[in-house]
Design a protein. Structure first.
Length: 663
């Protein structure tokens, strides 16, 4: 049986910020339960002195399902999974479990836990270590012994031994810690490691591009923390020192005093004052989406000793290899000339891998369950309510319910808005129409499932919104669900005018209309602007279509042809001069505008592939990923038959020879 007092002697500081920071510092002060908070990408977990746990923020994957937890003595969180250490030495876990990082149910006799990005580490009372999660060298800890503290980084794990030496699992110069001794605390940065020595000096190893390892002159330090490219130290007198990247002011801490705990963000520094207030400097303000006003027993208390915390005040940035995860702050990878990734494919490859055929199918089934979604039908606003509810369910609070009137009908557009970290005001609009029709556009009574036209596009739009909801983007993405498309772009016309009247800085429009019919292959048309009302937007449309085609090559199994934008919801935007492209199936659906336009006739994997293409295109733009290549498209084919009115011969561009990139 685990002995409670063996762990309760260990008063722990642990700060985890931006996915790059892990720090553990032990004190000999005894306490029953030390109040602490742990934060993931969009939520904060709080451990009360009575061993219960509170949570606030988003709950995408159940990471906040901690209300029934009790007898907890430590918590840790990362991205979207939460770890709770119980007084009996067992470990609870909830949240995202893609890599198995929550598979801690069999653990026992644990005295310390650390949530890494894609892995979780547990320290047993006998000094051995267990790990679960992503299969990588950072989890090779089974041979460790005599460990007193663990920290988990992105691609490496550090263990502090009772003799003051350090062991490491992972790879890179950040693991060159074998010569360290007399260490009392550790910080695991992205690609460097920091150790606090018992005499108050500091050692560091790993990448030193910005001078983040220049800590040799430091003294009188009682705690260390790191960001992506900077290191900070807390001194005995409550003042701070910092070194490394200071492009965003993250090292401007010389005037701070009365600090009792510190944390380092990607390009931020956080300091907790003894009175319980928080200071921040760097590129971001604190995220105010969390309601902590009703929490109690979380402030520093002299009877408890040092305030114990596991803080993330910004959405964590995680990177390295294939460990990228939505919900983490990948937007700021653009900040440095020497990027975390020199190629964007690892980022986008992971994101596109999250597209779910099951979720797409479920949304199509829900949309086709309405008797009709005709704009003239009595059900049309019920459909709008359903769309709004779906956006809310997947994590959007910024939803614009635009009401407009046409031919005496009260109609609505539903727009979910994902705001960007960069606050540039630039917007990428992805849209689809949720209405459908039979041959007669005013028939509001006949059964009209409209699976391909356009439940397929709407389900894709919702799936795109679901994934983007979990990542922090640099520029804004709006997801617009329009009504009245079949009657002549009523909804999109109303919203395009709204965009214009309100001076919204709309950069590109991506329209998704009829992407479900592909019985004999996987061919998709990328629609681009070729003339129409405004000519100045033709060239940028062609370039954006070329980018989308390259995304199809890199992240999907689609073959691509090009056609003109024609008779869908991008047209009102084109007329106002905006850059428009679209996605449209390359084979004519014989069940178009009939009762046979049902789910059974759709190719769900094909819809998922098209969704991946649009996702990669929008995220490449909104995340400000490196534009290492300049594209030139050759052999552009032509294929189009929108609304049965025309169809050009289709010259499918070979998937692997479609584009030539000039570096």
């Amino acid at each position: 049986m685990f002995k409670k007092k063996e762990i309760l002697r260990r008063v722990k500081w642990r700060f985890w910020v931006t996915g790059f920071l892990g720090i553990s510092m032990w004190s000999s002060y005894a306490a029953e339960v030390n109040p602490m908070v742990a934060a993931g990408s969009f939520y904060i977990i709080g451990l009360r002195a009575d061993g219960t746990v509170a949570a606030t923020g988003e709950n995408y994957n159940g990471e906040c399902n901690v209300n029934l937890w009790h007898s907890i003595i430590a918590v840790s969180a990362k991205c979207q999974h939460t770890i709770g250490l119980k007084s009996d030495g067992t470990v609870l876990a909830t949240g995202y479990n893609f890599f198995g990082q929550c598979n801690t149910g069999s653990w026992s006799d644990i005295v310390d836990v650390a949530a890494g990005y894609g892995h979780t580490v547990g320290l047993r009372s006998d000094g051995t270590v267990v790990a679960t999660g992503i299969r990588g060298p950072q989890c090779n800890v089974n041979s460790w012994s005599e460990i007193t503290a663990v920290v988990a980084g992105v691609e490496h794990t550090l263990g502090l031994k009772k003799d003051g030496s350090v062991v490491a699992a992972g790879y890179g110069s950040e693991c060159d810690v074998n010569s360290w001794n007399e260490i009392t605390a550790l910080a695991a940065g992205r690609n460097f490691s920091v150790g606090l020595k018992s005499d108050g000096t500091v050692v560091a190893t790993g990448n030193n591009m910005f001078g983040q390892c220049d800590v040799d002159s430091w003294s009188g330090i009682i705690a260390v923390a790191v960001g992506e490219n900077h290191t900070i130290g807390l001194k005995e007198d409550g003042t701070m020192v910092a070194t490394g990247d200071n492009r965003y002011g993250q090292c401007n801490v010389n005037s701070w005093s009365g600090i009792v705990a510190i944390a380092g963000g990607l390009s931020q520094t956080i300091g907790l004052e003894s009175k319980g207030t928080v200071l921040a400097t760097g590129s971001n303000d604190l995220d105010h989406q969390f309601n902590l006003g009703t929490w109690n027993k979380f402030t520093p208390d002299d009877s408890v000793g040092w305030y114990s915390a596991d803080l993330i005040f910004d959405h964590p940035t995680v990177a390295a290899g294939n460990h990228d995860f939505p919900g983490c702050n990948i937007d700021s990878w653009h900040n440095s000339k020497k990027l975390v990734f020199t190629k964007p494919e690892k980022i986008l490859g992971f994101l596109t891998g999250l597209v779910s055929e099951e979720k797409i199918s479920a949304d199509i089934n829900a949309l086709t369950s309405f008797q009709t979604r005709n704009t003239y039908s009595p059900y049309i606003n019920d459909v709008a309510d359903w769309v709004k509810s779906r956006f809310s369910q997947i994590g959007y609070s910024g939803i614009y319910d635009q009401h407009y009137t046409k031919e005496g009908l009260e109609l609505r557009n539903i727009i979910a808005m994902k705001k960007g970290y960069g606050k540039t005001g630039k917007v990428i609009l992805i849209c689809a129409h949720y209405d459908c029709t039979m041959e007669e556009y005013t028939d509001g009574q006949s059964m009209a499932p409209g699976a391909d036209d356009n439940a397929s596009g709407m389900a894709s739009l919702i799936e795109l919104a679901r994934i983007v909801a979990k990542i922090k983007i640099f520029e804004d993405i709006y997801f617009a669900a329009f009504s009245g498309e079949e009657q002549g772009f009523w909804g999109s016309s109303a919203y395009a005018q709204y965009i214009k009247n309100n001076n919204i800085n709309l950069q590109q429009v991506i329209n998704i209309d009829m992407i479900g019919y592909a019985p004999d292959g996987n061919s998709i048309i990328i629609e681009q602007d070729e003339g129409n009302e405004v000519e100045s937007n033709d060239e940028p449309s062609e370039k954006f279509a070329a980018k989308m085609a390259q995304m199809a090559v890199d992240y999907t199994d689609l073959t691509v042809s090009f056609g003109e934008i024609y008779e869908s919801d991008y047209m009102p935007f084109e007329e106002l001069g905006y850059v428009c492209v679209g996605a449209y199936e390359a084979e004519e659906n014989p069940d178009y505008h009939s009762t046979n336009d049902v789910v059974e006739n759709l190719n769900i994997p094909f819809i998922a592939e098209v969704t991946k293409m649009v996702l990669a295109t929008a995220c490449h733009e909104a995340l400000k990923l490196p534009k290492a290549c300049k594209y030139v498209c050759n052999n552009w084919g032509k294929s189009h038959f929108k609304h049965k009115k025309r169809r050009h011969s289709c010259e499918i561009i070979n998937r692997y020879s479609m584009t030539h990139w000039n570096h």
